[in-house]
Design a protein around this ligand. Structure first.
Ligand code: GLU
Length: 452
């Protein structure tokens, strides 16, 4: 029987090797550290997990595709972007995970997202493997026609790697209903197949699921509510700071408001808005979803209750709850200190890895309930899996049914993380609970399926 500290030493060696073999991928290193640093208790307790090669296989993607994406802008100039699809692990089902279109995208970013996705998808219990893709293409300021030509070019390569039983992409930052529409159209044209289940996040009326656009944000609020319930509290009357102003942020604010909380902020890369009366969602949706504008326009049009703070971060605004819903590493040590100083009770991650490791540590040390993204934001991919189920059965469910399933899944993930953390000697530590519970499901399937 190996002890926990011997196991941790082995895992630390592996982490050094990961850094060595994957140079210049800091986000992937960070994601691998975050998981491997919590696995010692389970690997020490269950010798089958210490089998040589198991964790080494888990940190190596099954397949990585990188391709050229040439397209023409509205002036007829040829542009070249880079496309990625990292098919990380398919032990539990077809690779599943979004596509991110953002100038910051590179292989390390896609690998961190794909790695997270393995455990997140396992936690949903819905039989989906982990993958992620995207491009360094920046849709901001591009016309619809340019976005369409880019998506068509992207899919002209991607189509050969995906399929409803193989790999099922969806949206992420920069990829919403518009992009999924163009991608789906090109897939259908090239393959001459109506294969609804090849992409999720489709439009209603052509295979999309009700509640899919809302699912990540709604799910995160349900997870935060479950963490509060555990502490004998609820959302009613709590003030919440939310970062971001995309799909996740918008539906986080919507659900918080519906459950009686007051969501007072949103943000983008130019700064943030604080609105003491609570964010007016109709106005925010009009600016972000219809006009594709910036959040300062919100403050201009909202009137006296709102102000725009250029360059600032929402975490300096006092609140009971914080729901980071923008992007990775957007909440650092100084932000965590500010939140703690202002008495924050819970932080729940709507984005993927928005909180730096140092900030997570500080929050947990201060007794703040911390919901890691791979558990708290799993509602999006969970409803994607429900969209696949509906596509397969050629049916569509009511919004009520999908939302009931989502609520059930989020509560189940919360319970699983909570109980697992307790079982492995880390009560209240949802990071450890999520990592171990996700790991157990994937590792068991990998062990059963042999060395592949
Ligand atoms: N991009 C989302 C995530 O980070 C959703 C992925 C999906 O629906 O496949 O989980």
């Amino acid at each position: 029987m190996t002890t926990r500290s011997e196991t941790q030493t082995t895992l630390d060696h592996l982490l050094t090797e990961i850094e060595h073999r994957n140079p210049a991928q800091p986000e992937f290193h960070q994601a691998a550290h975050e998981v491997l640093e919590t696995l010692a208790p389970v690997v020490a307790a269950r010798p089958e997990y210490a089998e040589p090669g198991l964790i080494e296989r888990l940190v190596e993607p099954e397949r990585q595709v990188i391709f050229r994406v040439p397209w023409q802008d509205d002036q007829g100039r040829v542009r070249v972007n880079r496309g990625f699809r990292v098919e990380f692990n398919s032990a539990l089902g077809p690779y599943k995970g979004g596509l991110r279109f953002h100038p910051s995208v590179n292989l390390g970013v896609i690998k961190f997202l794909g790695f997270e996705q393995i455990f997140k998808n396992a936690l949903t219990g819905l039989g989906i493997g982990g993958g992620k893709g995207g491009s360094d293409f920046d849709p901001h300021g591009r016309s619809d026609a340019e976005v369409m030509r880019f998506c068509q070019s992207f899919m002209t390569e991607l189509y050969r790697h995906i399929g409803e039983h193989t790999d099922v992409p969806a949206g992420d930052i920069g990829v919403g209903g518009r992009e999924i529409g163009y991608l789906f159209g090109q897939y259908r044209r090239i393959t001459n197949r109506w294969e609804a289940g090849v992409l999720t996040g489709k439009g209603q009326g052509w295979g999309g699921s009700l509640i899919r656009p809302e699912a990540t944000g709604y799910g995160n609020v349900l997870f935060a509510a479950a963490m509060l319930r555990e502490r004998g509290e609820d959302l009613e009357g709590q003030t919440a700071v939310v970062s971001g102003s995309g799909n996740v942020a918008i539906y986080t604010i919507e659900k918080l408001t519906a459950l009686g909380a007051n969501a007072i902020t949103c943000s983008d890369s130019s700064g943030y808005v604080v609105d003491e009366k609570g964010i007016d969602l109709d106005l925010l949706k009009q600016i972000k979803e219809v006009e594709r504008g910036r959040v300062d326009a919100y403050a201009e049009r909202r009137g006296a209750s709102a102000r725009f703070v250029p360059g600032g971060r929402v975490w300096e605004v006092p609140a009971d709850l914080a729901l980071p819903s923008a992007t990775q590493n957007e909440l650092d040590e100084a932000d965590a200190e500010a939140l703690i100083r202002n008495g924050v009770k819970a932080v729940s991650e709507g984005a993927n890895m928005p909180t730096t490791p140092e900030a997570v540590h500080l929050l947990q040390k201060a007794g703040v309930a911390f919901g890691p993204g791979k558990a708290a934001n799993a509602g999006g991919v969970a409803v994607s899996a429900l969209e696949m189920a509906q596509n397969h059965a050629r049916t569509s469910w009511t919004a009520t049914r999908v939302e009931e399933e989502l609520t059930h899944i989020m509560n189940d993930i919360h319970t699983t993380c909570h109980e697992t953390a307790e079982r492995y000697g880390a009560p209240g530590d949802y990071v450890t609970g999520a990592n171990i519970a996700g790991f157990e499901r994937v590792a068991d399937a990998m062990l059963a399926q042999g060395v592949i």
